[in-house]
Design a protein around this ligand. Structure first.
Ligand code: UDX
Length: 437
């Protein structure tokens, strides 16, 4: 099949490269000339494990190419995916669909023959209907069907998530579109990944409902963690104990500094707005959003409390900046708010992250960037683990003890065995369990 991916950002590139791996011919399009030039020069503009190899292999096999202009590839395409950004609109939190509609009109002007236009971007319920209306009214002689096909890719695990999905949600009831989409995902279908066909509006809502539910699950365990600290219970054991119940499941029950990233904050907010607009407020999600926002600042206060209630003039070393490991993405990362709280408290903040420091430079206040954990630990009054990168799991605490000024470790991801840390003389403050000083 010939497939065009409009938007070569995170979702577009991963989806395009993986679909090429399935044997389709893919053209990834982007308006940014710099991005396309970089991709054509063999550079991958985002950090996602395994993506560079898949892109290189499929390019040399002639199945994947890039273009700044969509007209020619769209004319030849069977399927056009829209994977452009849908950021939160400034001011009201609704999803900004201007890129989606602009892309749709350009696509419609170029299609030839029957073409399926698929929304891969996360779009509010009813966007597919609006696209259909635009195509019908403004391009009456074009033969286009609109399908919703939300992505459920986790950054850092996107290739596996694409190739071994729990399900593929496809919103269409139109027989010709169903047939085309079955063909697009045939390799997965053969792998027995379920293709779940439903109405387009239902499919659009599934994406928001899934992300909101997961955000709520994380927020639930974060509140349990706070309670654990007050009553002397251990949140990791509570999570394990409830997670063994199959109705609850053990995933997304890691207490931490609050969720961040490009999806959960944006999608929960958009769902809240949509629900309010339809006189059907989702109070659970409104509360989830508020709790998570407050939590990030509260984590800053937690660090300050670990430093005897005062960080003025103290040096704090922050390990990990990205919103989660294996990405260079800093969007809505808890580190931003935590570091601001520390700077507001008068601390000097030294930071290190394996991949996120370039992106962080535009987002953090006056902090000092170090080149490894040991460098930033020198003379520090506290070490704060914010993102659980693999390389932080095996820190040499014996060596760290000789470097720091005060041996205090605040572990906001609960990755260290308390005995290991305290054995080397550190005071240890975790999330949702007793601290040990
Ligand atoms: C998420 C969804 O998982 C994915 O299906 C969707 O398509 C896009 O949004 P992503 O944002 O890449 O993916 O990351 P995810 O692994 O879901 O983590 C989101 C945030 O929640 C991170 O800040 C992470 O640290 C936090 N988190 C996750 C927790 O605090 N605890 C958990 O148990 C799980």
């Amino acid at each position: 099949m010939r497939i065009v991916m409009i938007g070569s950002g995170y979702v577009g590139l991963v989806s395009g490269a993986c679909l090429a791996d399935f044997g389709h011919h893919i053209t990834c399009v982007d308006k940014s000339a710099a991005k396309i030039d970089a991709l054509e020069a063999g550079e991958v503009p985002i950090f996602e494990p395994g993506l560079d190899t898949i892109i290189a292999q499929n390019r040399s096999a002639g199945r994947l190419d890039f273009s700044k202009d969509l007209a020619a590839p769209v004319a030849a395409a069977d399927v056009v995916f829209i994977a452009v950004g849908t950021p939160s609109r400034r001011g009201d939190g609704h999803a900004d669909l201007s890129y989606v509609y602009a892309a749709a009109r350009e696509i419609a002007a170029s299609v030839e023959g029957f073409t399926v236009v698929v929304t891969k971007s996360t779009v509010p319920v009813g966007t597919g209907d609006e696209l259909e209306r635009i195509f019908r009214e403004e391009f009456p002689d074009k033969d286009i069907e609109v399908v919703s096909n939300p992505e459920f890719l986790r950054e850092g695990a996107a290739i596996t998530d694409f190739k071994r999905p729990d399900r593929i949600v496809l919103g269409t009831e139109e027989p010709r579109a169903i047939e085309v989409m079955r063909e697009v995902y045939r390799p997965l279908y053969l792998n027995e990944a379920p293709l779940y066909f439903c109405e387009r509006r239902t499919s659009e809502l599934i994406k928001y409902a899934a992300n909101a539910f997961l955000a709520m699950k994380i927020t639930f365990i974060n509140e349990i963690a706070d309670l654990c600290e007050q009553i002397g219970a251990d949140v990791q054991k509570v999570a394990k104990g409830i997670g063994m119940d199959k109705r609850i499941g053990d995933k997304f029950l890691h207490a931490g500094p609050g969720y961040g990233g490009s999806c959960f904050p944006k999608d929960t907010l958009a769902l809240v707005k949509t629900a309010q607009d339809h006189d059907s407020p989702m109070r659970l999600i409104e509360t989830t959003v508020a709790i998570n926002d407050n939590r990030k600042r509260a984590m800053g206060r937690k660090v300050i409390a670990a430093c005897d209630g005062n960080v003025r003039g103290k040096k704090i070393a922050v390990l990990g900046l990205t919103f989660k490991p294996n990405t260079d993405d800093m969007r809505d990362a808890p580190s931003i708010t935590i570091i601001q709280a520390l700077l507001d408290g008068g601390a000097t903040v030294h930071v290190y992250d394996p991949e996120g420091m370039d992106a962080a430079r535009d987002m953090l206040g006056p902090v000092v960037y170090g080149s490894d954990p040991y460098e930033i630990a020198e003379g520090a009054d506290a070490l704060v683990l914010v993102t659980e990168w693999e390389e932080f799991r095996a820190l040499d605490f014996k060596r760290l003890k000789t470097l720091v000024k005060t041996p205090v470790l605040v572990d906001l991801r609960n990755i260290y065995p308390i005995a290991e840390v305290t054995r080397h003389g550190f005071s240890y403050f975790a999330v949702g369990k007793k601290s040990k000083t």
